[in-house]
Each structure stands twice: as structure tokens, then as C-alpha cells.
Design a protein around this ligand. Structure first.
Ligand code: PMP
Length: 419
């Protein structure tokens, strides 16, 4: 353990309690960020290959300036007339296929999912929810019930059914699982409200099914009276390279789409996009007011992100560099049998580590060694999936080939020195 970090660590435990977790055996304490780099107090750069929030690069000057200028002028709420939220809504909605033509703004991805569920329950009259077995959708009480990855054995509410993630490595039973869950809800007299899926199945282990699975699942849920909600908190804003939104991979149009994380590049701004008729049905029954959601500062930050995404063509960069990085990872896999699968899209990559190709047993301890080994080599990644054996590589979209080469070089060295 880094001795400088020890007092702060102890104070943190004392002041914040048990729910907080830190990454890495040797916690990392950055003090400054720029582009893909995070610097510790000694000025040592660490390559950030993990943060999808600072998607256009840490502390991007355009976002910093937008926040500073609007903060100096006015910051209020959405019950006064202000153009910033309208300008942003119009611009953001131009990035969505019809009929997704309304936006409600929130501060966090959790609030966005929470609102989407309320809308779904209101318009369908149902309560039943379908989520994947190791899903994560947020922090509220409602969403904790839909986030089995929060804790093993967390009780699932009686209206929730867990479905298989579309596991493209071990066998994809996603659509069948949706059908079975709908049937089970019906057998218990529970009307479905929605299927809610992370479009990149991040906590389930990173899967990008592309054979119409999402479209088929959505069609089945709709036939049973429910909605399809795409959680784009992870996959949205160009991360998957080929598309602006993860669901577009599968030529399906969700009823509601939830957004967050990269939307403000670190500033807390999030939202729900959906068909106007759904928001109308909800809005005529109840009002929605979120004190900070959609405030002028947040809207300016979000607008700056969208502008930079376009100006720097970061989605195309995610596509190009993501391809390159995956190719490099495939090359490594050819030399290391512990790498069972390399998957993902754009700059959201999963590398599944296994005991041996014959058994494909999840190599959880190995993944932890690799993540911590990489951290010691000043490259930040993490692990995901039900057994935490899938390396999660998800850098800011300004990642270049040179950064990818550095990551591959350090990963190769880390794998070479494993026991
Ligand atoms: N959905 C997904 C898929 C997420 O990954 C997260 C955050 N990790 C959330 C929702 C919740 O977002 P927030 O932490 O902003 O509430």
C-alpha cells in the first residue's frame, strides 16, 4: 500500500462507511485529468482506459468553458422559460430516429431509469419488469430491485423476472428467456410494464448481440402489452462506434431510451428520450419536476459535449480505434490461452479470461491480477461480469492508436508476468 494514501484511506473509511468501494489493491488517487490521462499528485500520468463518463476527454475545455460561462450568468430550473433546455432538446432529438421525439431531463442515469419505469407503468397499467440476471440500472429503491449485480442474493421483487443476457460466448438464450419470463408473469397474473436492458450488457459481461435479438425481444414484450426501454447510460453517445446509440446495432426502436454518464462529460446530466404520446399520457396524469434536471448550466455542458462529439467526429474515432484495439487483443489471445473471448463494439471492449479453452471456467483471480498489474503499470482498466472475469476496457472516445498500443504493450507485459 502506498503510504501517502494510508491516512486518507482511514479517514475515508471512518467518514463514509462500508458501502463505498475503491478500485485496485493499491488505490489510485488522481488529482488532475486531461484527455485520456489522469495524473497523481506526483504528476505521474496514468492512461485512462476505463472512464466512459469523461467521454470526450477529461476536463475538455469546451465543457469547462460552457459550465463556467453559464454559471457566471444564471442557473435556475425548468419552471422559468429559458432557451438552453429547448435548444438542447431539439438538437439531441435530431440524433434519434423517429418517433423518438420528446426529452425529459434528469441529473443521473438512475433518475432517468426511474422515470422511464414510472412512464412505462403508467401507460401500460402493468407492473412486471424484465431485466438481465446481472443487470445494473441504478441506485433508487425501485432500481436496486432491478439491479441484481448490486449484491449476490439480493431479493428480487415479486414483479421482477430475471432473463439471460445474450451471451455470445457461452450460448445465447436471451430471446427464449424473455418469452419464458413473460409467460411466467402471465401465469402469476402480473401484467408486464417493460423490458429494460443495457444496450451493451455491461455488468452482465459486455455483449453486443447483432442478430435481431433485441428486436425480437422487444416485439414479444410489446405483444404482451409492455414497453422496451433501452438503457443507453453506458452505450450511448457514439461509444459503440458504428452508431450513436447502442440499440441501433439491432435495427430496433425502443419506446423509451435512458441516457446519462457521457451526456455531460462529468457534469451530472441525464435524461429520458421517448415517444411524445407516452410522455403525454404520463404527463396528463402527473407532473414531473426535477429541481436540477435540465438547468441551464447542465444544458450548456451537455450541448458542448454534443458539439465536440460532432466536431471531433469521436464516434468514427471510437469505431477505428476500437477495431484496432480489438485486433491487437485478438493477437494477444492467440498467444495467451487465458484469453477466451474478445468482444464489444467501438470503444467498449470485454476480454473474457478463462482457466482453459477446454473448460472455459471463469478466471476471476486472474482477472484481478491483470487489473491490478495494469494499474501498477499505470494503465487503468477494470473487470465486469457475474464472476468479474471479463476485463472491461472502455476509454474516453479520444483514445488514439498510440494509446491503444501502450495499453496492448502493458497488457502483454502483465500477462507475461502472471504466475
Ligand atoms: N444504467 C447503467 C447501465 C449504468 O451503468 C448506470 C451507472 N453505472 C446507471 C444506469 C445509473 O447511472 P447513475 O450512476 O448516473 O445513476
Amino acid at each position: 500500500m502506498n503510504t501517502e494514501a494510508t491516512p486518507l484511506l482511514a479517514r475515508r473509511r471512518q467518514a463514509l462507511g462500508a458501502s463505498y468501494r475503491l478500485f485496485y489493491e493499491e488505490p489510485f488517487a488522481p488529482v488532475r485529468g486531461e484527455g485520456v490521462w489522469l495524473y497523481d499528485q506526483h504528476g505521474t500520468p496514468h492512461l485512462d482506459a476505463y472512464n466512459n463518463v469523461a467521454s470526450i476527454g477529461h476536463c475538455h475545455p469546451a465543457v469547462v468553458q460552457a459550465i463556467a460561462e453559464q454559471s457566471a450568468l444564471l442557473n435556475t430550473h425548468t419552471r422559468y422559460l429559458h432557451p438552453s433546455i429547448v435548444d438542447y432538446a431539439e438538437d439531441l432529438l435530431s440524433e434519434f430516429p423517429q418517433p423518438l421525439n420528446n426529452l425529459t431531463m434528469t441529473c443521473t442515469g438512475s433518475e432517468a431509469n426511474d422515470l422511464a419505469l414510472r412512464v412505462a407503468q403508467c401507460v401500460t397499467g402493468g407492473t412486471g419488469m424484465l431485466v438481465t440476471r446481472w443487470a445494473y440500472h441504478g441506485v433508487s429503491n425501485l432500481l436496486a430491485q432491478l439491479s441484481p449485480s448490486l449484491a449476490t442474493g439480493l431479493p428480487t421483487a415479486s414483479h421482477v423476472r430475471l432473463i439471460d443476457a445474450p451471451d455470445t460466448y457461452r450460448g445465447n438464450t436471451f430471446v427464449e428467456s424473455v418469452t419464458a419470463a413473460l409467460e411466467d408473469l402471465r401465469a402469476h397474473g402480473i401484467r408486464p410494464a417493460a423490458l429494460l436492458t443495457d444496450s451493451i450488457f455491461s455488468s452482465d459481461g459486455v455483449f453486443t448481440p447483432s442478430r435481431g435479438e433485441l428486436a425480437q425481444a422487444a416485439q414479444r414484450v410489446r405483444a404482451a402489452g409492455g414497453l422496451y426501454i433501452a438503457d443507453e447510460v453506458q452505450a450511448g453517445f457514439g461509444r459503440t462506434g458504428a452508431h450513436r446509440w447502442g440499440f441501433q446495432r439491432d435495427s430496433v426502436i425502443p419506446d423509451l431510451v435512458t441516457l446519462g454518464k457521457p451526456m455531460g462529460n462529468g457534469h451530472p446530466v441525464a435524461g429520458v428520450v421517448g415517444r411524445a404520446e407516452l410522455f403525454d399520457a404520463f404527463g396528463h396524469q402527473q407532473r414531473y419536476f426535477n429541481t436540477y434536471g435540465g438547468n441551464p448550466v447542465s444544458c450548456k455542458a451537455a450541448q458542448a459535449v454534443l458539439d465536440v462529439l460532432r466536431q471531433e467526429d469521436l464516434q468514427a474515432n471510437a469505431q477505428r480505434v476500437g477495431e484496432y484495439l480489438r485486433q491487437g487483443l485478438h493477437d494477444l489471445a492467440a498467444r495467451h490461452p487465458a484469453i477466451g473471448d474478445v468482444r464489444g463494439q467501438g470503444l467498449f471492449i470485454g476480454v473474457e479470461l478463462i482457466d482453459s479453452p477446454a473448460t472455459r471456467l471463469p478466471a476471476t483471480a486472474l482477472a484481478s491480477h491483470v487489473v491490478n498489474g495494469m494499474r501498477r503499470r499505470q494503465v487503468l482498466i477494470s473487470a465486469t461480469g457475474p464472476r468479474s472475469n471479463v476485463l472491461k476496457i472502455r476509454p474516453p472516445l479520444v483514445f488514439t492508436r498510440e494509446h491503444a498500443d501502450l495499453l496492448l504493450e502493458q497488457l502483454s507485459a502483465t500477462l507475461a508476468e502472471l504466475p
